[in-house]
Design a protein around this ligand. Structure first.
Ligand code: ATP
Length: 199
């Protein structure tokens, strides 16, 4: 599994559509200060479902939409699509290529797409769980993250190992099941209260 293609349009400094084709091996992106190198990694984080504008170096989510320059009007929509080669079926979906896309309009409307079909953020998060690719996955190491990994609490480091060990999805499902059980328990208490009132 590897990152095959990134398409960016209207995201931060990329007003026009930009297509980056990655081959196997190492790709380095070089350019002068302020030319948009970090905006590329921001776009990857964003399409994977980042919800924090601060993590994307903005004040509000709308800041990811091209804000215009002296010679060019601002745009109304940001769009990023990321294609992953899945010919080894690391992601348990019946596709040799998986494209996830995210769009955000200035009106606040947004959507996620999985191979062209609208989907929920939850679907995208689940697909990448335990692969190391998600927005918090260890395959995206931002500036300062190494220090953070080495120095943060042992519980935080444990999250990293759990993702690598592939148990995050089971932990998440367990938490969901526990939440549902608790809701059912509360509903049962309410029902027995009503029954008692009626008796
Ligand atoms: P450095 O090497 O200094 O870290 P960089 O190549 O990583 O720089 P970025 O931080 O990716 O550069 O890009 C910064 C540029 O992106 C700035 O010129 C900024 O004005 C522009 N930019 C950020 N958000 C937007 C936006 N919403 N609309 C237009 N331009 C934007």
């Amino acid at each position: 599994m590897y990152l095959k293609k990134l398409e960016i349009k209207g995201f931060k400094s990329f007003a026009d559509k930009v297509e980056l084709d990655f081959t196997k091996g190492i790709t380095a992106i070089v350019g002068p200060n302020g030319s948009g190198k970090s905006n590329i990694s921001d776009s990857i984080r964003w399409v994977l479902g980042e919800q924090s504008a601060k993590t994307l170096r903005g004040a509000k989510m709308e800041d990811v939409i091209f804000a215009g320059t002296e010679s060019r009007k601002a745009l109304g929509c940001a769009e990023v699509a990321l294609t992953i080669d899945n010919s080894c079926n690391t992601i348990p979906l019946d596709y040799s290529e998986i494209t996830i896309a995210r769009r955000l309009y200035r009106s606040g409307e947004s959507e996620y797409l999985l191979n062209g079909t609208p989907c929920r953020l939850k679907d995208i998060v689940e697909i990448f769980m335990d692969t190391g690719i998600g927005k918090d996955g260890y395959s995206l190491i931002g500036q300062g993250r190494i220090d953070e990994i080495l120095s943060t609490r042992s519980e935080d480091r444990r999250n990293l190992f759990e993702e690598a060990a592939g148990i995050v999805k089971y932990k998440t499902r367990k938490q969901e099941a526990e939440r549902k059980l608790e809701n059912t328990r509360q509903n049962l208490i309410r029902i027995s209260d009503i029954i008692r009132e009626l008796e």
